[in-house]
Design a protein around this ligand. Structure first.
Ligand code: GTP
Ligand code: SPV
Ligand code: MN
Length: 583
């Protein structure tokens, strides 16, 4: 009898013929399987064991030093028409891309094991969840996928029931950067990635499937796949508001998702639903309902400490994989920003010498199951998801952009998201600290033309009053001394509270051309030690600076040609005119 797994079996056979592995292993996702993979990697040196008395079941992976981050210049969207990929993506014709990458896959698994990883993005019984299968020759990828997704037998059963799944083929190849490609074929629901073992390039369920392919599907089907954290903010009265926030890579999503409110907030609690990816769908009630498609965190290590993110630190002392962090003399993981301990070996395994740069790679990461997070919300497993009250956009902006502002309506909010700018970080290879446009924090992840994406966002506004309110934040404003002005981390709660109260209609704001800002008396600043001048800087609008910013935004919108939605252009013209009148 024909089975719905026939297509999967045929694909695995086809890939095996191309890549010629010695063995094929179908992953069941069991603990025993995970332990066996760990043993294997300890033997091959892919992993080293960290101190079992302080960090039981924790392992360190040192990657090839040329393979430490996403590679945007080698990432392609291979749609049939180049215009569908848009100027925001690198494009290659599908036939050419298949040919080019298949040539690299030919025979690449000789002497290796081919692992078949069935996985589900989202709670296994959720109508919003989607399945995929990743084929890889990397045991490190298998171990990470087991933490990051619902992987193994239950996912395979769902695939057998539904028949459809996203195909992802991955090989570390020979790690030669000249033979590295991350290719997406949205019309074929297919991903092919070779030459890198790094998270976003190799854990195909994450950015490749849950953002690039899913964003394409979401547009066709009327939902959103976004680079957003999801948190629940519970008041002392027991009321919980759900918020989704899009910040570019290494700009604070994990930290905000796990925030612990400061002393000025007795009885308040932040619940974590997700720290990186959010799938949202309009519900029958007109609200947007969101799930986190992931099951774990692949978080930035540097900067994570008891002071900044105690929830993260609490989950990192057992059952975790660390990639490219440093090690103390007694084999504990270490990175810049940890007040305790000191590095003995750097991320490349050399004796630590400050002359070689930071001990941990700036994009070193931890992989850990979400269940280990003390603030993990029970609603994270809810198949229906959670209703979103506010969407927050934010970037890393050392100047100009105030601490927080609120857009006046959905259309203005879409412009605010589309206009986002942020300084680049170590999460992708290339220069760090360069200001670039990163619409909705999706520049590296939107699987189709940004102009069509903006139109899709605008199309969600069907005169329905229940869409989330849209805000913009900036935790990264610097003062004349070059230091961050806002304390950030737990104190971001003060901004979250204002945002939620704006949604409830209980907080005041002043209107400005760029949006509504709190006055200082609208924020709870109790216990905060901030100079008046700094507060003024954070809560003021430099109209001339913003007029220049809007001129740049106009050029950016024009770069998508006549595909840019007219409504967005009109919104841009409206704000620009208000800025000119006010200047
Ligand atoms: P990706 O996993 O790459 O998508 O990153 P992310 O958006 O989850 O960023 P994350 O929370 O890991 O933060 C990245 C870096 O910014 C870390 O070094 C943090 O310590 C630092 N950071 C996060 N929040 C704040 C903040 O409020 N203020 C300051 N100054 N730094 C922050
Ligand atoms: C990011 O770069 O936004 C990350 C890490 O979250 S990765 O999964 O590698 O993309
Ligand atoms: Mn991310």
């Amino acid at each position: 009898m024909a089975s719905k797994l026939d297509a999967l079996n045929r694909w695995v056979d086809e890939v095996a013929r191309l890549t010629q592995p010695d063995r094929i292993h179908w992953c069941d996702g069991s603990e025993a399987e995970y332990q066996a993979l760990v043993e294997l990697m300890l033997d091959t040196g892919d992993l080293t064991e960290l101190n079992p008395s302080t960090h039981p079941n924790c392992y360190l992976h040192r990657s090839n030093p040329s393979d430490v981050a996403r590679v945007e210049h080698l990432t392609f969207v291979c749609s049939r028409n180049a215009e569908d990929a848009g100027p925001n993506n690198h494009w290659m014709a599908p036939e050419e891309a298949h040919q080019k990458i298949d040539a690299l896959f030919a025979g690449c698994m000789k002497g290796r094991t081919l692992y078949v990883i069935p996985y589900c993005m989202g709670p296994i019984d959720s109508p919003l969840a989607r399945c995929g299968v990743e084929i890889t020759d990397s045991p490190y990828v298998v171990a990470n996928m087991r933490i990051m997704t619902r992987m193994g037998a239950p996912a395979l059963s769902r695939i057998e029931r539904e028949g459809s799944f996203v195909k992802g083929l991955h090989s570390t190849g020979d790690l030669d950067p000249a033979k590295r490609f991350i290719m997406h074929f949205p019309e074929e629901l297919t991903i092919k990635s070779i030459g890198s073992g790094y998270g976003g390039n190799a854990l195909l369920g994450k950015k490749c499937h849950a953002l690039r392919i899913a964003s394409w599907q979401a547009r066709q089907e009327g939902w959103l796949a976004e680079h957003m954290l999801i948190l629940g903010l519970e008041s002392p009265q027991g009321e919980t508001f759900y918020v989704a926030a899009a910040f570019p890579s290494a700009c604070g999503k994990t930290n905000l998702a796990m925030l612990i409110p400061p002393a000025a907030y007795p009885g308040w609690k932040v619940w974590t639903i997700g720290d990186d990816i959010c799938w949202m769908q309009p519900g029958a009630d007109g609200r947007l309902w969101a799930i986190n498609p992931e099951a774990g965190f692949f978080g930035v290590a540097p900067g994570t400490s008891r002071n900044t993110n105690p929830n993260a630190l609490a989950m990192l002392d057992h059952d975790a994989i660390f990639t490219n962090v440093a090690e103390t003399a007694d084999q504990q993981p270490w990175w810049e920003g940890l007040p305790e301990g000191k590095p003995a070996k750097d991320w490349q395994g050399r004796d630590y010498d400050p002359a070689n740069g930071p001990a941990a790679h700036p994009n070193s990461r931890f992989t850990v199951s979400a269940r280990q997070c003390p603030s993990w919300s029970p609603r994270a497993e809810d198949p229906q998801g959670v209703p979103i009250s506010a969407i927050i956009f934010g970037g890393r902006r050392e100047s100009l952009v105030p601490l927080v502002f609120e857009s006046r309506d959905w259309r203005h909010g879409v412009l605010v998201g589309a206009s986002m700018g942020s300084e680049t970080t170590a999460a992708a290879t290339g220069a760090v600290g360069v200001l670039r446009r990163d619409s909705m924090a999706m520049k590296p992840f939107c699987g189709y033309n940004f102009a069509d994406y903006f139109a899709h966002w605008l199309s969600l506004d069907k005169g329905n009053a229940k869409l989330p309110r849209i805000f913009h934040v900036n935790w990264f404003r610097k003062g004349a001394n070059g230091k961050f002005v806002w304390p950030g981390f737990g104190d971001n709660m003060r901004v979250l509270e204002w945002i939620v109260n704006r949604c409830k209609g209980t907080a005041e704001a002043v209107q400005t051309p760029i949006g509504n800002l709190p006055r200082r008396e609208d924020l709870n600043l109790a216990g905060l030690n901030l100079a008046d001048a700094d507060l003024d800087l954070l809560l003021s609008v430099d109209r001339e600076g913003w007029a220049r910013e809007y001129a740049g935004i106009g050029e950016y919108l024009a770069s998508f040609g006549d595909r840019t939605p007219a409504a967005l252009q009109q919104e841009h013209a409206r704000v620009s005119a208000e800025l000119a009148a006010a200047a």
